[in-house]
Write a protein that binds this ligand. Structure first.
Ligand SMILES: *Cc1c(COP(=O)(O)O)cnc(C)c1O
Ligand SMILES: [Zn+2]
Length: 425
């Protein structure tokens, strides 16, 4: 491997991160822009100093900003206010979904963590806020990504906010709204004639070139930092529940990273004593058009076989998911389950969530809602246990998914007669 390693320059004493650790063989490396193990090519993740993590208290968190940066003491970047990029990401609503609970037969509380409320309307603002902060701390001057849509929106917006150059790579067949919502921020946007997996492969090659030496690809060379941003989805739910864990969580999976990091966050909160121990279960959701992780779960396999993605849940269309095996581990070790649903069920899921909670989700949220229903029907998710489902994106980004199914009740003349003719009076 010839990757240029940018050494960590910010040795801020409060940073709890201590090393990059190989998730496969356990080898450990100094903090910096490295994502693969030199020994076994396994993926690296941030390792923490347990003592420094345990300095964080409920009070120190409550005294922090109303954003993900209240958890800076548990994150690998952003301890230094001068480099921290705070776009107001996080502290999104945790909505008590009583009407959805009734519809699905819950006797315990059901909640929707609505991450469509983030600045660029998806959960990706969490991972990008951490990644761009780490990129600045590591001395990078440009930010980039390989995206299925939402990441593109978020990287371009964060770069615009701080005036950093950006170059974003997407598959050319993305939803029009996601292309517009990236291009409007003014950075470079490159549409690739190929799938997300092709885009990702190109970005991995580019990250090794001299021309891209000063470019941080958020989900390639600074991926260990990026991935930690998803932990805040776990911390926030615990804090919003009054510092306790839910018994069951359902999360959508693309690479599988988000799900594994919610699990990591719950374990950390228990180990540093911010919540009482609880045997929670983690459940994973995919669309049938791209379900390599859920299929491995169903067949009892440890091997995630790559697929060619199809279907409307484009933000989840990663055919070769980097964190698939770790997502399987998280779900199996907690006694959870996985399922996948087809495009019509995804549309049903979007409508069910909208009609019962007032939350209009993008296709990924339709996947999660439909999988919740499926898991209940299969008897693998317990409706007598408190449950949180994650809505990770905004329905305004993927309106085509349901625009054929919904519309005006009637189109009428502006008169009482018109109302009567339509049977509304
Ligand atoms: C990226 C994304 C996810 C999950 O991504 P992972 O790669 O599994 O971390 C979920 N929902 C939406 C809307 C996304 O954009
Ligand atoms: Zn290794």
């Amino acid at each position: 491997m010839t990757a240029v390693i940018h050494p960590a320059t910010d040795q801020s004493p409060q940073s709890p991160a201590s090393a990059l650790v190989c998730r496969n063989c356990g080898a450990s490396y100094p903090l910096g822009a490295q994502h693969a193990c030199f020994e076994c090519f396994g993926p690296l993740e941030i390792g923490y100093d347990a003592e420094r993590l345990s300095r964080v208290t409920r009070e120190s968190i409550a005294a922090g900003p109303h954003s993900i940066w209240r958890y800076a003491g548990l994150l690998p970047a952003g301890q230094n206010a001068a480099t921290r990029v705070d776009s107001g990401t996080g502290m999104t609503p945790l909505i008590r979904a009583d009407r959805l609970a009734d519809r699905l037969g819950f006797t315990a509380p059901l909640w929707v963590k609505d991450d469509s409320a983030n600045p660029t309307h998806s959960f990706k603002d969490r991972v990008v806020s951490v990644a761009i902060t780490a990129a600045r701390e590591l001395g990078f001057t440009r930010i980039a990504c390989a995206s299925t849509g939402n990441l593109a929106n978020s990287v371009a917006a964060h770069a615009a906010r701080i005036g950093m150059d950006s170059i974003v790579f997407i598959p050319s067949d993305l939803e029009a709204a996601k292309i517009t919502q990236t291009a409007v921020y003014g950075g470079k946007l490159v549409a690739i004639q190929g799938s997300y997996d092709d885009v990702n492969r190109l970005c991995s090659e580019l990250a090794e070139t001299d021309e891209f030496e000063s470019t941080a690809f958020v989900n390639v060379n600074v991926r260990p930092y990026y991935a930690e941003g998803s932990k805040t989805l776990g911390y926030e739910v615990a804090e919003q529940l009054g510092w306790r864990l839910p018994q069951q969580v359902v999360a959508p999976m693309a690479s599988g990273s988000l799900l594994t990091k919610v699990h990591k966050a719950f374990k950390e909160l228990q180990s540093i004593g911010l919540v009482d121990p609880l045997d929670y279960r983690v459940y994973g959701a995919q669309s049938s058009g791209c379900s390599p992780i859920a299929v491995a779960f169903e067949t009892g396999s440890d091997t995630v076989l790559p697929v060619k993605p199809t279907g409307i849940a484009k933000s989840l269309n990663i055919g070769n998911p980097a964190d698939g095996p770790y997502a399987l581990d998280a779900v199996r070790s907690t006694g959870g389950a996985m399922a996948h649903v087809n495009d019509d069920e995804i549309r049903d899921g979007i409508q069910l969530l909208a009609e019962t909670t007032g939350v209009f989700a993008e296709t990924a949220g339709g996947v999660t809602t439909a999988v919740l229903k499926r898991l209940i029907e299969a008897g693998s998710l317990d409706t007598s246990r408190e449950t949180v489902i994650y809505n990770t994106g905004d329905g305004l980004k993927t309106q085509d998914a349901v625009s054929d199914r919904v519309g005006p009740t009637a189109v009428i003349a502006p008169t009482l007669k018109g109302m009567r003719a339509a049977g509304l009076l």
